[in-house]
Design a protein around this ligand. Structure first.
Ligand SMILES: [Zn+2]
Length: 65
């Protein structure tokens, strides 16, 4: 997958506002985080997962550009 700006999509952050839950799927290591449930847990998860997952990711990490 690629975006119009050419950046590779490496993860999906799925937020379900109807059921108040969120999950994260890394397309590089096929790892999954969550789901988490509830307003507080979802907001914390969304705020932190992009920084947290790479620390647990088993796929080789690119240096952030
Ligand atoms: Zn990963």
């Amino acid at each position: 997958m690629s975006r119009p700006d050419g950046r590779e999509v490496t993860a999906l952050l799925v937020v379900d506002l109807e059921n108040i839950r969120a999950r994260y799927e890394c397309l590089r290591c096929s790892g999954r985080e969550g789901p988490v449930f509830g307003t507080r847990a979802v907001s914390e998860f969304v705020a932190a997962i992009r920084a947290d997952h790479p620390q647990r990711c088993t796929a080789p990490q690119e240096i952030n550009r």
